[in-house]
Write a protein that binds this ligand. Structure first.
Ligand code: CAO
Length: 457
């Protein structure tokens, strides 16, 4: 027989934590991996397991004590075989010994036919910012490793953590109904029920924006550890447009079709008309032609001017064409809408463009200026770039990205001639638009921009 002192292992970033449960008493016989005590910080609970089987000869702490790494917890009489050399090398505080925790949890006593138990895990200590990895024995039930700091720090018992991992749920997205906000098994079940009912209802919120099912949040990093930093609050526009872009990006299966249009003639025409436009009080940029040509293409391809019904059963095809134009403002991106773009002349569109750009940059757009769009254009041509992949402005189903036009040598069958080429990047919702349709759309659009006479056909 040998006496082993069990000590508090590496507890990560915490200096001191509370002892909230002492799970054994003097004289108890314990199995290897059995939980001995539960520790709680203000963010998480963790259990300290026995390294090997033995008999508790002395308990050195009590509930309410504060302990730190290395604090002696209890003395264990072992047969002296496997624990001896591990005495100094204290095991990692982690999420093991969950079988016992599950027995203590009354809710866990109910048979869980749909949540089979994993084989007894072995514990491997990882570094500070990593999760403790559980390696199951033979034929393990697949248990997801939720790779998030938020999950690791969530206030929940090991049994609840294990339950959440089995279901692939990141606990950082849940609020707890237990004491001090502790996340209970029922909270996890409630969360699952809610997620399932949203999916069954065809809602588009099956995946929460951050955390929760399937989308692990990005762990928070203390950047000041590495150098000087400053915190700059996001503008109101950015705070609103961010979640919208995120939603669109997550819900819409995006594909981007790249193409180019020969705008040599268009540009010559634009330059020729520039003076007349100025007299009429408008600035004639390539964008006015793009809005007009896109509107004509949308007439020819009505599915690009539609929205998918939320339950995915039908398309709502709109018989009006309102083109949203992304405008870059000092406070962020806004998308005012040019109403009935198909029925307006180029000068009218140019005038609208001028007005909404000024209003956008002065922060004077009203909600009415930004509603009712059926398709969007994001033009970065005035700035530069060769191509990009715009995010569909859901519930619209397509967006046209425009980059800077460039003079290029093009083979006309006999010789190379300089042609002004405009790069087009059409992102679309692949649930609604097939790749072939997208290629036909950009080919058609390119044809319209290449020969403006086609706009009147
Ligand atoms: N290729 C080459 N030059 C172009 C061009 C193109 N595709 N598009 C515009 N230009 C030129 C214009 O002709 C103009 O030159 P001149 O003054 O010599 O005529 C110059 O670039 C600047 O144009 P502009 O920006 O004033 O006007 P616009 O109609 O092209 O664009 C607007 C208006 C409001 C769309 C634009 O100012 C803007 O905000 N663009 C950014 C949109 C954006 O941020 N999109 C990203 C969304 S995703 O994050």
């Amino acid at each position: 027989m040998a006496t082993t002192t069990i000590k508090v292992p590496d507890i990560g970033d915490f200096d001191e934590v509370d002892v909230i449960e002492v799970l054994v008493a003097e004289g108890d016989t314990v199995e290897a991996e059995q939980s001995l005590i539960t520790l709680e910080s203000d963010k998480a609970t963790m259990e300290v397991p026995a390294e090997s089987a033995g008999k508790v000869s002395k308990v050195l702490i009590k509930v309410g004590d504060k302990v730190a790494e290395g604090t002696a917890i209890l003395e264990l009489e072992t047969d002296g075989t496997d624990a001896s050399d591990k005495t100094e090398d204290t095991p990692a505080a982690s999420e093991p010994a969950e079988e016992k925790e599950e027995k203590k949890d009354p809710a866990a006593d109910t048979p869980e036919t749909d949540t089979p138990k994993a084989a007894e895990p072995a514990v491997t200590k990882a570094t500070d910012h990593q999760l403790y990895q559980l390696e199951a024995d033979a034929e393990p039930v697949p248990v997801q490793s939720i790779d998030s700091e938020g999950h690791r720090l969530a206030h929940a018992s090991p049994a609840v953590r294990r339950y959440a991992r089995e279901l692939g749920i990141d606990l950082s997205g849940l609020s707890g109904s237990g004491r001090k906000g502790r996340i209970m098994r029922e909270d996890v079940q409630q969360f699952v029920k809610q997620a399932v009912s949203q999916t069954a209802g065809g809602g588009t919120t099956a995946a929460p924006a951050a955390g929760g099912m399937g989308i692990p949040p990005i762990p928070e990093v203390d950047f000041s550890k590495f150098g000087e930093v400053e915190e700059q609050p996001l503008s109101r526009i950015k705070q609103k447009s961010g979640p919208h872009l995120h939603r669109s990006w997550l819900n819409v299966p995006h594909v981007t079709q790249f193409d180019e249009a020969d705008i040599t003639e268009l540009e010559a025409f634009r330059k020729a008309e520039k003076a007349a436009a100025e007299k009429a009080g408008v600035k004639l940029t390539p964008l006015a032609f793009l809005v007009k040509a896109a509107a004509a293409a949308l007439r020819a391809f009505p599915n690009f001017n539609s929205s998918l019904k939320p339950d995915g059963s039908a398309l709502i095809v709109k018989h009006y064409i309102n083109v949203g134009v992304a405008v870059d403002t000092p406070n962020g991106l806004v998308v005012p809408v040019i109403k009935d773009a198909d029925r307006k002349g180029i000068f009218d569109i140019a005038r609208d463009l001028g007005e909404i750009s000024v209003k956008a940059r002065d922060g004077k757009l009203g909600p009415g200026d930004m509603q009712g769009g059926t398709f969007s254009i994001s033009s970065l041509g005035g700035i530069g770039g060769t191509a990009f992949t715009p995010i569909v402005n859901a519930p619209e189903v397509a967006i046209l990205g425009v980059s800077r036009s460039d003079m290029q040598p093009k083979w006309n069958g006999q010789e190379f001639e300089p042609r002004l080429m405009l790069p087009l990047s059409l992102s679309y919702d692949h649930r609604v638009i097939d790749g072939a349709a997208a290629a036909r759309f950009t080919t058609h659009l390119s044809g319209l921009l290449g020969d403006l006479r086609r706009l009147v056909l």
